[in-house]
Design a protein around this ligand. Structure first.
Ligand code: PMP
Length: 423
């Protein structure tokens, strides 16, 4: 792909010209939330100024315009992940998408909103398989579902280098497995997991696959139907889009079989005092007023990403990651988490600074205008696996430059001397 010019792209992101603590902002926290280009801000603002109105109801002109913009946004965002518009459910983000799925399967289990014979229903002793490297959002909803249904939760372990233990996965995924839920890219390790292999293992036993695509959607070409997953989630705010909007993708048969989670207005065909009939997907899952402006903003974000080109973005971010990884390995007392030599990865590294708490390291970097994330990044079990309670995470996006990486590296090299940590 033609090389991406991050310096030119930065002009589209107003916040990147801010000064922080007297320094040029070096924003390396896009794994937590990305910055938003002017095109996204303009799309949402244009809607609010010129077409704001309730969608799918009302006979007036603005309502029709708003509905068209909202449904165009659905088609755009669905297309971004290779899907048809009916396969994309709006959510408030990945956390809601995963909870929607888990609670809906719980409803299927008690026979609510789906035929009691639905293959999605769980029974005691059925197994749900996740991995030991999940974000809490792809862990706790399954713990809750297991507790409510009597299902058993199992975890695919990770090797010391951060890659998943696929031999263990092959042992753990058995005819008892009903759900296999895993992340495409770890938000702590930055490693791209072998989706096709996990899907193949799940399909052999007829288990449902649920993909957390939060950390891949902004960075990699993503064709969810081609990956073969049954369901997948992503968050708008991590992919140059607004807060409060995200997507749940589902294969048509799966969305048909899945009962609703939230119920109420806009998701029904008929209602009596005692009973309701539901619209087909995606409306079945979209009770209540939807985040129309944010959805339109997210569509603008996916157009922006596609205009830059996802292959170019991936190549650029991989080059940033390589430079950062190579430099950090040379600094005394820095340990990279998930340093698998041949792993496919995005532009994200987490690391431990020997003898310095991650929060102190984060403050040291912040004083130099460098924004990173510190803590367990909502993946406490992963940190336990690697023998630390917290880490420093630097995560890049298409607007980061080699200068950003070099600024981080120079500052990281000063951390341990500054705090007097022994070499
Ligand atoms: N999964 C992963 C891998 C994530 O990185 C995040 C956000 N840190 C989430 C899920 C949750 O996303 P949100 O907070 O936008 O719902």
């Amino acid at each position: 792909p033609p090389a991406l010019d991050p310096v030119a792209l930065r002009a589209d992101f107003p916040i990147l010209s801010e000064q922080v603590n007297g320094h040029r902002l070096v924003y390396l926290d896009s794994g937590a939330t990305s910055q938003k280009p002017q095109q996204v801000l303009d799309a949402e603002r244009h809607f609010l100024i010129h077409a704001n109105s309730a969608v799918h109801r009302g006979a007036h002109t603005l309502a029709a315009e708003a509905t068209d913009l909202f449904e165009d946004a659905r088609a755009t965002v669905a297309g971004f992940v290779g899907a048809e518009p009916e396969q994309l459910v709006w959510t408030s983000g990945a956390t809601m998408g995963l909870n929607l799925v888990a609670y809906a399967i719980g409803n299927a289990t008690i026979g609510r909103g789906a035929p009691a014979s639905t293959p999605l229903a769980l029974k005691p002793g059925d197994e749900i398989v996740t991995t030991a490297i999940e974000h809490h959002a792809n862990l706790i909803p399954w713990q809750e579902l297991a507790a409510r249904t009597g299902a058993v939760l199992r975890h695919i372990p990770a090797h010391d280098d951060g890659t998943l233990d696929m031999d263990a996965a092959a042992q753990l995924i058995t005819p008892r497995t009903r759900i296999v839920a895993f992340t495409h890219v770890s938000n702590v390790l930055g490693i791209v997991n072998p989706v096709a292999e996990l899907v193949a293992l799940a399909q052999q036993v007829g288990a449902l696959t649920v993909l957390d695509a939060c950390q891949s959607a902004p960075h990699l070409p993503l064709d969810l139907p081609a990956l073969g997953v049954d369901l997948a989630v992503f968050s708008g705010h991590k992919m140059l889009g607004p807060y409060g909007v995200g997507g749940l993708y589902g294969r048509a048969e799966v969305l048909d079989a899945l009962p609703p989670f939230l119920t109420g207005g806009s998701m029904i065909t008929t209602v009596t005092l005692d009973h309701a009939e539901y619209l087909p997907a995606p409306q079945k899952f979209e009770a209540g007023t939807q985040p129309v402006g944010p959805a339109i903003g997210l569509a603008a974000a996916t157009r922006y990403i596609d205009a830059v080109g996802r292959d170019a973005i991936h190549a650029h971010e991989r080059a940033l990651a390589e430079r950062l990884g190579d430099a950090l390995r040379e600094i005394d007392g820095i340990r990279l988490l998930g340093d698998a030599p041949d792993a496919e990865r995005v532009g994200l590294w987490s690391f431990d600074v020997a003898g310095v708490h991650a929060h102190d390291a984060g403050q040291f970097l912040d004083a130099r205008g460098i924004a990173v994330r510190v803590g367990h990044h909502c993946a406490a079990p992963l940190h336990q696996r690697f023998g630390v309670t917290a880490s420093v995470r630097a995560s890049a996006a298409l607007y980061n430059t080699m200068d950003d990486i070099d600024a981080l590296v120079a500052a990281v090299a000063e951390i341990r001397p500054y705090f007097g940590a022994d070499a």
